[in-house]
Design a protein around this ligand. Structure first.
Ligand code: 5AD
Ligand code: SF4
Length: 471
């Protein structure tokens, strides 16, 4: 999951926070890899640890506890984690007593094997077992290396207030559900994150309201497949679906922008699209992974829609929300994919006019349906060449998409300084495009401003500010 997203294998971010540790307090250091859900989970972990009297640190050398929240989605993601563990080993060797813990999807996938393979790992904790961290740490202090990879059907951490670690104070993620029931044949997620479960909508709205009161102006509702969000009151009286949840969060305040990720083409409904069109503060942006543009490949992937269905969804989105931006995830070289089938994917990119995509070469994951049923028979060089073609086409389309914005005026939520210059601000428009513009006096992060776009590259829009907006 985006994002914004939800880019997989995002380089590890180090969370630091607030204040240093008080006397006698122990420090933890946490790195996160993978999808936005992992980053969001790390904020829950931080909250659990701070309750247990740990203080976060940015500096791994001064940490008593080093945690790595891991991703298993592709082999490369796991390789990155193993490399980081070698570095943690060095710190641990130079400072005996330091504990190292592996969290997240790789912990879940490898379970006790981790302790066998990695002698210096002290605890292995799956995505549903974070409440157990304080007791696993206490055991590890006594020399007992521990594993908790229990997958729950209920855990949503609804009552835990995430500690917003490395944030900008303007945009935040809210996890609305966990797990995935879809069983796409290439995907390890259903095995590492367990069954799908939706979080109580009132706790979601309360979290959004709390963020708004603290000055945040944008929330992204996160789930593996947000469109299948469904919650019912234990007595069965009240049911809430995703379209309704969106409206509930959008009603918190017109000045609070609402985004969501990720959508599944089979589940996104017209009600969701109509609510997006109706509420100005629900952003006009949908991450709608296609994976492949060919119906036979989609069937092998177990995506449960075909090319026609997907094209109709795209048409429907542009009909109901004409200025909506759509982005995608695409896999090159899935099992038995032919050149013609690959060409169908290229054609779909043209058809959908994605503003951007996350693009990957297929990486077989142990235990998935595809690993069991199909041969990973597209040669590596062919996968790489097809991926290059996909990236090249997407870059052209992104550039065209951005050039098309030159001359237009957008409402932008100011997020902070641009990456390149402290003289410029950056912020996104409703379509999730980053716009950079020179700072103006009196404007601060969290403000809404209108910006006229003057230049575009395939990645960024550059403009000048016209005025501040009172929404
Ligand atoms: N190989 C390559 N890409 C994958 N993804 C998921 N599993 C695999 C895999 N085995 C991609 C999909 C998904 C995104 C999060 O990662 O495109 O949407
Ligand atoms: Fe994986 Fe498919 Fe679930 Fe996404 S929807 S997490 S690709 S199984």
């Amino acid at each position: 999951m985006q994002q914004q997203l939800l880019s997989e294998e995002r380089q590890g971010e180090v969370f630091d926070k607030l204040k240093g540790p008080a006397e006698g307090q122990r420090n933890f250091y946490i790195e996160s890899y993978g999808c936005q859900m992992n980053f969001s989970d790390s904020e829950i972990v931080a909250s659990i640890l701070m309750e247990a009297n740990y203080a976060p640190t940015r500096n791994m050398e001064e940490a008593d506890l080093i945690l790595i929240n891991t991703c298993s989605i592709r082999e490369k993601a796991e390789d990155t984690v193993r490399k980081r563990l070698r570095i943690f080993d060095k710190v641990k060797n130079s400072k005996p007593g330091t504990l190292v813990g592996v969290l997240g999807c790789m912990a879940e996938r490898l379970k006790t094997k981790f302790l066998e393979e990695e002698q210096l790992v002290d605890m292995v904790v799956g995505p549903d077992a974070y409440r157990d961290l304080p007791s696993l740490i206490a055991n590890a202090d006594e020399g007992d290396r521990g594993v908790n990879v229990f997958l729950s059907r209920e855990e949503t951490y609804a009552d835990i207030s995430p500690v917003r670690l490395d944030g900008n104070g303007v945009t935040a993620f809210i996890s609305i559900m966990r797990g995935c029931d879809n069983m796409c044949s290439f995907c390890v997620v259903p095995f590492t994150r367990g069954r799908e479960r939706s979080r109580d909508p009132f706790s979601i709205v309360a979290e959004a309201r709390d963020l708004f009161q603290k000055g945040y102006r944008e929330v992204t509702l996160l789930g593996q497949n947000v469109d299948s969000y469904k919650w019912q009151q234990p007595d069965g009286q009240l049911h809430v679906n995703f379209a309704e949840l969106l409206a509930m969060v959008a009603d918190v305040d017109p000045k609070l922008r609402v985004r969501f990720s990720t959508s599944h083409p089979k589940d996104i409904t017209d009600d969701v699209l109509h609510n997006m069109a109706r509420y100005k503060n629900i952003c006009n942006y949908i991450h709608l992974p296609v994976q492949s543009g060919n119906s036979r490949v989609l069937k092998l992937m177990n995506r449960t829609y075909d090319r026609e269905w997907y094209r109709n969804k795209i048409d429907r989105i542009y009909d109901i929300i004409p200025d909506c931006a759509i982005s995608s995830d695409i896999i090159a070289g899935f099992c038995s994919e032919s050149e013609e089938e690959h060409a169908d994917t290229l054609e779909m990119i043209e058809y959908a006019q994605y503003s951007m995509s996350y693009m990957f070469a297929y990486s077989e994951r142990p235990g998935t349906l595809a690993a069991k049923k199909y041969e990973d028979d597209v040669p590596e060089e062919v996968k790489k060449r097809r991926l290059r073609e996909i990236i090249q086409l997407q870059n052209q389309i992104s550039e065209r998409h951005n050039l098309n914005d030159v001359g237009k005026v957008f409402e932008v939520l100011v997020e902070g300084d641009s990456k390149k210059s402290t003289h410029d601000y950056k912020g996104r428009n409703s379509q999730n495009k980053m716009i950079v513009f020179p700072k103006e006096a009196g404007v601060k992060p969290g403000d809404y401003v209108t910006v006229k776009v003057e230049q575009a590259t395939s990645a960024t829009l550059i403009g000048t500010m016209l005025q501040t907006v009172t929404v």
